[in-house]
Structure formats: structure tokens, C-alpha cells
Design a binder for this molecule. Structure first.
Ligand code: RAM
Length: 355
């Protein structure tokens, strides 16, 4: 059973720019300047969602259960909207691994590219070429540089995620002791933004007893993440918690800790999928971790992509659109669309979730 965890966002006034006489935005005119960078394109909030929109999803990597769930949500959205869904992507999450895929998608004349960027800047020149060719760009999960995309579908606010990571760590350690972060890749936009918030949170008086001793990178590779977890525990014998803000990292860390003498002594927390973490919650390795429903990110990105392609939105703050079963959304500052707050999972609620 999968829970619908996000109530539709109530819409206030329709702030989007009103109707224009031209009646909709063509692919070419919409390309001339939209998104968070500002520009001349004007949204038509009454435009119909177009059928037949070709939207390609390019996640960080293909062999990641989290990404698979995300793009599954995107596929559902495109099916509902009678569009054409496509999935492409690299097997590793390294900085430049997505560039060649973007170039191919331009040649294939996709209408929309949805991308979870492995590196905000490495993908930027190709995404700019795509936009010049009239293709709309929706970043989701991990943002591209703002000037290279029309909107960013963020899973929760960056501050909300960073604070939640520290709050869980404080709960699990009693607010005292050495902690370490096991992240994804060194260039990941999303992880780095969350870690920056963690750094700020740790300066607050209530967190004065927590000391961040190391940040290491498992590159969203299961084996490397496992080895990094092992290395942290050997290097820092007083470690009280490993915080892993990546589904790959937290699962690998939990697997290592669960079969080691650190089980029950060193807290493991961060961001994970309930299905990957269930056994470690049941065996007492993990008490608390957080996430959102990845499928909803892909689904929201799909609706945002078709709304952009239809001229219903251009990416400017205040524009609104409807995202099917998720309800209505308003574009925030910097072209950001926030899915909803993260959910904390523990032994009391984990069996209510299946993803
Ligand atoms: C990993 C990826 C992804 C991130 C999740 C939480 O699967 O790094 O980008 O959002 O973890």
C-alpha cells in the first residue's frame, strides 16, 4: 500500500500573467526566454494541456532503485496526459555522464527534457542548446544551474531537508558526540545543498554537542558506499552517528553496521526508501530516517513539463498549474516547485509504506 502523503496545495489567486490574444505559446516562441531567468514568454493559465508531448527523463543514473521509482511516476503522468514518455541515462552518477544523452535528445527533437543533474554546471551548455532548440527543461531531484532550466521540481525545501537530517541526528545521539556524513557524489547539487544547511544547523546552540568529523562520498555506488562506511567507523572509533543523505549510501551503511559490532551503538540515519530500509529498521540497526515519495517527484515533473510545453506556465514565480492527483501547485522563487514536506519513517509507521 502506498500512501498519498501530500494534500493538494491550496491555490490562492491566479497570479500568472493573464490571457494573451495570441492564444497559446508555440514551441519556438516559448523558447525565446522563459523560466527563472525571466523573459518575454507569457503564460496562458487557460491553455489546455497538450496531448502528444514528448518528454524524456534523464535521472542521475539508471541502476538506482530510487531513480527507478521517480521515473515511474513520470511515466504515469505522461500516460495520464497522453504524451510520449522516454527514459535514458547513464549507469554512473559522475559529473559529465549525462551530457551525451542531452545532445542525443536534442537531435531527437524531444519537447521536454526532465533531468536530475549530477552536476549543476556540467550539463548547462547542453541544456542551453536544448532550450535554444525550443525544448523545455524541467530539473527534478537535483537541480541544474538556474539559467539552464525552466523549472526545478524540488522534493521538499532544501532547508527543510537539512534541518530534518540534523533533528534526527540529535534525537538519535542525544545531541552529543562525533558524527560523519556519507554523501553521494562530490558534485551532486541536491546533497551539497542539504549538507550546507546541515553545516549551518550545527552552529546552533541546541546542536553544540554534535561535532561533524568527516564528510565522505560513496558516489551513489553501493560497494563504494559500503567501504566508506566501514572506513569511517575504523577511522573514528568514537563516532556516534553516520548521516547519509542518499538512498544508496544509507542502505549500504545500514547493511555494514547491521552485521558489525557497531549495531545498536552507532546511529544510522539520513534519506532512504522504506523498502530498502525495512530490514534494518526491523533488526534495530536504524531507528529513524526520512524521505518523500520519489514517484511523486517524477509525476510532478511530468505535469510541469507538459504545462510548460503547453504554454500554461513559463517558469515564473506565481504561475500555477494542476498536477493531477497531487493537486495544484504554484511556482516559487527561482522557478522552484516544492513537492511537500519530508516524512520521517520509524518502526511504528514503516509498514504503511511500499516504495
Ligand atoms: C539518491 C540520489 C538522489 C537523492 C536520493 C535521496 O538516490 O542521490 O538524487 O535525492 O538519494
Amino acid at each position: 500500500m502506498s500512501l498519498r502523503r501530500f494534500a493538494p496545495v491550496a491555490l490562492g489567486l491566479v497570479l500568472a500573467v493573464g490571457l494573451t490574444a495570441c492564444g497559446g505559446t508555440t514551441k519556438d516562441s516559448a523558447a525565446s526566454g522563459s523560466g527563472s531567468t525571466g523573459g518575454s514568454a507569457v503564460a496562458d493559465p487557460n491553455a489546455a494541456m497538450k496531448e502528444g508531448v514528448k518528454m524524456a527523463f534523464l535521472p542521475k543514473q539508471l541502476n538506482n532503485p530510487y531513480s527507478d521509482i521517480e521515473v515511474g511516476g513520470g511515466q504515469n503522468a505522461l500516460t495520464e496526459l497522453k504524451g510520449e514518455y522516454k527514459l535514458v541515462g547513464p549507469n554512473d552518477a559522475s559529473a559529465s555522464s549525462q551530457v551525451s544523452y542531452i545532445n542525443t535528445l536534442i537531435q531527437q527533437q524531444q519537447d521536454v527534457i526532465g533531468i536530475a543533474a549530477n552536476d549543476a554546471n556540467a550539463v548547462c551548455p547542453s541544456l542551453q542548446q536544448a532550450r535554444q532548440a525550443g525544448i523545455k527543461v524541467v530539473s527534478f531531484d537535483s537541480d541544474a544551474a538556474k539559467e539552464c532550466r525552466d523549472v526545478f521540481v524540488n522534493q521538499a525545501t532544501t532547508e527543510g531537508i537539512g534541518r530534518k537530517l540534523v533533528e534526527m541526528t540529535r534525537n538519535l545521539t542525544g545531541g552529543q558526540g562525533e558524527i560523519a556524513i556519507l554523501s553521494a557524489t562530490p558534485n551532486a547539487t541536491n546533497q551539497n545543498a542539504w549538507i550546507a544547511v546541515v553545516d549551518e544547523e550545527l552552529k546552533k546552540p541546541e546542536n553544540a554537542g554534535l561535532k561533524l568529523v568527516a564528510t565522505v562520498y560513496g558516489n551513489d555506488d553501493d560497494q563504494k558506499s559500503f567501504q566508506e562506511a566501514q572506513g569511517l567507523l575504523q577511522t573514528y572509533p568514537n563516532l556516534k552517528a553516520i548521516v547519509s543523505p542518499t538512498t544508496v549510501g544509507i542502505a549500504a551503511t545500514a547493511r555494514y553496521v547491521s552485521s558489525s559490532s557497531y549495531k545498536g551503538k552507532v546511529a544510522v540515519t539520513g534519506l532512504g526508501t522504506p523498502n530498502q530500509m525495512r530490514e534494518y529498521v526491523k533488526d534495530g540497526t536504524v531507528s529513524q530516517f526520512a524521505l518523500w515519495n520519489p514517484a511523486d517527484i517524477g509525476y510532478l515533473a511530468g505535469y510541469a513539463g507538459v504545462a510548460l510545453s503547453s504554454g500554461k506556465i513559463t517558469g515564473k514565480e506565481g504561475e500555477t498549474f494542476s498536477a493531477g492527483k497531487l493537486g495544484d501547485y504554484t511556482i516559487g522563487a527561482g522557478g522552484e516547485i516544492v513537492l511537500g514536506p519530508p516524512t520521517v519513517f520509524d518502526s511504528a509507521n514503516i509498514d504503511q509504506f511500499d516504495f
